[in-house]
Design a protein around this ligand. Structure first.
Ligand code: CAO
Length: 451
């Protein structure tokens, strides 16, 4: 027997992590890269994959343990079992031993396993085979990023299976603990997709969208191919999913924010004293929450069964933030219960966290509705895409002085263009019309926010 102690790897600066899940049991046969334990720091969750195949002899930690030391032991493995098993079966044998995949064999320097890029692991090193227990550290880990963690919580083998089958994690719902995506979830998704495609080919429904062929742009001029960031990939998948699933309608209106703007400007000195920047976005969030409370249809989420929806009784609002790595949507909780100063402060903090890549999973979950403000950038209007499973999103464009008829003459007023996109499966034009009218009224006369 040759045993190996798998130890805590370099945690990329995390000082203390908690063992939140033991993914194996004593006696289990472990495949290479199978998740052994899951650790959680205050910023991210990290799966610790097996750098070797083998049999679990001992668990050296338990759930809830706090680990502070790099090199602390996690699991003891009998790697001889795996290397014995990895030997080719003699020909003509009747034995029913398990058929091995290359993943189950011990890696050699010439056969280093591929990098599971999605979780940022570095390549594995070859394993020394010794008689006595040796210590093997999992190679340095990059924690699962926040956006990954928000939507992709799966072990390396499941990721590999998904890659092989061309399955986009963004479309798969995890049925494991804490929403973890299991092998069975991938299989079920593939089965469902095939069933949908075959019903589509029989004319019974389904999207049947023809793929856009790739073009070799180098034929036409100088160009380069760049990798999308994880956030960009996730945004692309989410937008595509929403575009295909949600029957969108967008309606437009302008709010007269002349009084709002003079009130906001009158608070400039106070804002400087509080070190808080009060922009129109804080007023818009507040008005959206008040109007949502009065028009709760826009605070629903439809279920995939097509027969039920959830009516939310809380008012958390997402705010789209433009960052160098892509679009992020942190969520401000209980907007209806917060003052304008609290909202302004939170907008600043969350926008800075988004731009610095420091948003946590929690910061981005639980939104009921989204505000996408392009007001600082310009434009007269746009049609935002609903941020599913929410059913409505408000686009905000740049306020401009425009002539308004007051009954006897044209007067210059500061007009804020708004566009409300909604999921017409849940929200009817009447709901959206009433919501928009109330929103415009609240922004035009902010005394309504006090009521
Ligand atoms: N009209 C005119 N001016 C506006 C405005 C509007 N609708 N909204 C904001 N402004 C002004 C602000 O008042 C501020 O000017 P002052 O300093 O003179 O007061 C200036 O624009 C800059 O604002 P800001 O961008 O720093 O802050 P904000 O609160 O307006 O916006 C945030 C915060 C995070 C929403 C914004 O920075 C952002 O990232 N927007 C992009 C959202 C996005 O990408 N949406 C598209 C999603 S779909 O692809």
């Amino acid at each position: 027997m040759a045993s190996e102690i798998i130890v805590v790897p370099d945690l990329g600066g995390a000082e203390e992590v908690e063992v939140i899940e033991i993914s194996v049991a004593v006696g289990d046969m472990i495949e290479l890269e199978q998740t052994l334990v899951v650790l959680e720091s205050d910023k991210a969750t990290m799966e610790i994959p097996a750098p070797l195949a083998g049999k679990v002899l001992k668990l050296l930690v338990k759930e809830g343990d706090k680990i502070t030391v790099e090199g602390a032991p996690l699991v003891e493995l009998d790697v001889a079992v795996a290397s014995d098993a990895a030997k080719p079966e003699p020909e003509n044998t009747e034995s029913s031993s398990v058929e091995l995949t290359t993943e189950q064999q011990l890696p050699t320097p010439a056969a280093v396993p591929s990098v599971p890029e999605a979780i940022g692991l570095q390549p594995k090193v070859a394993v020394p085979q010794e008689k006595t227990a040796t210590k093997t550290a999992v190679p340095p880990l990059t924690p699962v990023t926040q956006e990954d963690q928000a939507s992709v919580y799966a072990g390396p083998l499941v990721r590999k299976l998904a890659r092989e089958m061309g399955v986009d994690f963004a479309n798969v719902k995890g049925s494991g603990p804490r929403g973890r995506i299991l092998k069975e979830d991938i299989q079920a998704y593939v089965k469902q997709t095939i069933a949908q495609q075959s019903s589509s080919s029989t004319g019974a429904g389904g999207a049947g969208i023809p793929a856009v062929p790739d073009t070799d742009f180098s034929k036409f001029g100088d160009c380069e191919v760049l990798a999308m960031t994880k956030i960009e990939k996730l945004t692309a998948a989410n937008m595509h999913r929403s575009w295909l699933n949600v029957p969108h309608v967008t309606q437009f209106d302008d709010a007269d924010i002349t009084e709002l703007e003079s009130f906001r400007k009158s608070l400039k000195a106070e804002g400087e004293a509080r070190q808080v920047k009060l922009t129109p976005v804080a007023f818009i969030l507040k008005a959206c929450a008040v109007a949502l409370a009065h028009n709760p249809v826009l605070n629903r989420s439809i279920h995939s069964d097509g027969a039920t929806y959830t009516q939310k009784h809380y008012l958390h609002i997402g705010m789209a933030v433009d960052t160098p790595r892509g679009l992020m949507v942190p969520v401000i909780r209980d907007v209806d219960k917060k003052s304008l100063w609290q909202l302004a402060e939170e907008i600043g903090v969350l926008a800075a966290k988004a731009r610095d890549g420091k948003l946590t999973v929690n910061d981005m979950q639980g939104g009921c509705f989204t505000v996408s403000s392009l007001g600082a950038m310009g434009g007269q209007g746009f049609t935002p895409i609903v941020n599913t499973p929410q059913v409505a999103i408000l686009g905000v464009s740049k306020a401009q002085i425009k002539p308004q008829w007051d009954g006897s003459e044209f007067v210059p007023r500061n007009m804020l263009p708004l566009s409300l996109s909604y999921d017409h499966r849940v929200v009817n034009g009447g709901h959206a019309g009433r919501y928009m009218t109330e929103l415009v009224a609240l922004l035009s006369d902010i005394r309504g926010l006090l009521l």
